[in-house]
Write a protein that binds this ligand. Structure first.
Ligand code: SF4
Length: 279
């Protein structure tokens, strides 16, 4: 039996951890608790709907022959994916047809911008939507990696080399560059998972923000991944300690403005009755 913030409740210790939940705990333990322990459902938003639909469309784009990976085909795939996802996952997202149409036009603009960041006909991904569960020491890490590919690069002396890249799409706006290293946290965990399962170290991680568009890349090394493994072990222990003690501090930062719980449940911003503090 362990204590929580309110009443003692039995909570099992960690069995698996995903890179995104690890990232949540690192950002704010209270945020992790809301999502992973309390499993508080959040209202689906137009941003989430766009993200899920665009991911599915991009996955399907790479299943086509290279010559068919055109903007027009990607727009069709987006429309088809939306027609599939909407009835079950987002039936009441829009108040009227006009709002849905504007959302669709904005979404297609984002997909058009995708083609300014890369030419999807110029390479064949090694993996798409890769479902990974990896034991690292005593930890089980589970997550879905958007894409992995090998690309050939030519250096300034004209020498060619193969580069293993793992790529994550984002449909939200890119954070300012000073926060980019935080955004790479989850991707570096994926790089570690690839090293453990495949025995090769990815050379690079890459974040493609369709809204902008903005691309951030970071070269990775074994030394960095060794450090990430140490960090992950420390996080795993910290989460188990928090489950045992019931202490989930709310760590406020600029990222609170993007948090679903700021306006309602977060004790750093609201009183016990859910009214804004200082309001
Ligand atoms: S609003 Fe900020 S402090 Fe509160 S849970 Fe979210 S990230 Fe944590």
């Amino acid at each position: 039996m362990v204590a929580t913030n309110d009443t003692p409740v039995e909570i099992p210790l960690l069995e698996t951890l995903s890179p995104s939940r690890a990232s949540d705990y690192k950002t704010c333990p209270q945020l992790y608790k809301f999502k992973a322990i309390d499993k508080i459902p959040t209202e689906p938003t137009t941003y989430q709907a766009r993200g899920t639909t665009a991911h599915l469309a991009l996955e399907r784009l790479f299943m086509l022959p290279a010559a068919d990976r055109t903007p027009a085909r990607l727009y069709d795939l987006f429309r088809e994916a939306w027609a599939e996802l909407k009835p079950a996952e987002y039936p009441d997202l829009f108040d009227d047809v006009e709002a849905e149409r504007s959302w669709g036009i904005e979404s297609l603009q984002l997909l058009a911008d995708y083609f300014s960041m890369e030419d999807p006909a110029s390479f064949e991904p090694l993996e798409l939507e890769m479902d990974l569960t990896v034991d690292i020491g005593d930890m089980a890490i589970r997550g879905i990696l958007d894409r992995m590919e090998e690309v050939v690069e030519t250096d300034s002396r004209g020498n060619e080399r193969s580069v293993l890249v793992i790529t994550d799409y984002k449909t939200g706006k890119a954070p300012p560059e000073r926060y980019a290293s935080q955004a790479f946290f989850a991707l570096k965990i994926y790089a570690l998972m690839i090293r453990v399962t495949r025995g090769v170290t990815p050379d690079r991680v890459r974040l493609l923000y369709l809204n902008g568009p903005t691309e951030y890349t970071m070269d990775v090394s074994d030394k960095q991944l060794d450090a990430m493994e140490g960090q992950l072990k420390a996080l795993w222990k910290a989460i188990n300690d928090a489950i045992t003690s019931g202490r989930w501090p709310a760590r406020t930062s600029a990222l609170c403005d993007w948090c679903d719980f700021k306006a309602t449940l977060c004790p750093a911003w609201n009183d016990v009755e859910g009214n804004p503090l200082g309001g």
